[in-house]
Write a new protein. Sequence first.
Length: 278
Amino acid sequence: MADGERLPVSFPLVFLLRLLVSLQNIRVVLVNTSHAGNIGGAARAMKNMGLSRLVLVDPEDFPSPDAVARASGATDILDSAQVVATLEEALVGCSLVLGTSARDRRIPWPLLDPRECAAVSVEQAAAGSDVALVFGREYAGLTNEELQRCQYHVHIPSDPQFSSLNLAAAVQVLTYEVRMAWLAAEGRPTKVEKLETTAMLDAQPVTVDELENYFGHLEQTLVDIGFLDPAKPRHLMPRLRRLYGRSGISKLEMNILRGILTETQKAARGEPHKRRSD
């Protein structure tokens, strides 16, 4: 192989690399933001969802201590933010531009909701294209001229009775949907269970024999407290079996239930029983 000649790269590897960098291909553009705190809040929302490219078009107050305070640790997003004078400069290199709009416009335009916006953004970004999510001024949004520079308009379906969203909140909504679409594209889980020290027990289902022992304990406890008359059971235990059968009880949950029954029996007999201090 000649010096400098590149090894061939397989399509799956190329696709994987594109997915891995896709979020870096999506930039958030804030136009003429008046409150520095909203810039910081937007930076925090972006970092929460894995985005890092922030472009500010003619901000009224930036850099600012208020932006740093609201960023709550996302100062790296602020430090690397690109400040430009016009929207045209902010969109250089972008193949897809989506502009947020809260108002009905005279000229009909392709309209997406946040989830649709995220899907098309991640799809384009994964293909190697640069994508811009454009947000307007706090008090007036984007002008008609600015919106006409966007291929799609994005509307967040908030309650019509109180539809005005804070700028940083709007950024959070769209970047959250982008994150969810990106996780789905990568085949990653969208929820992660928090593990306790007893996680193994909590994950293991009870066995049939453990469940039978529990039903015996439960029945005896119900008799002890006078809730069940053995002479007239009235299908109580079959109904309880059906109830528990739908629950999918774990070993940890079974231990809790058995402990409750044991302490209930002690109380019914007048014996000392445990009291939780918490």
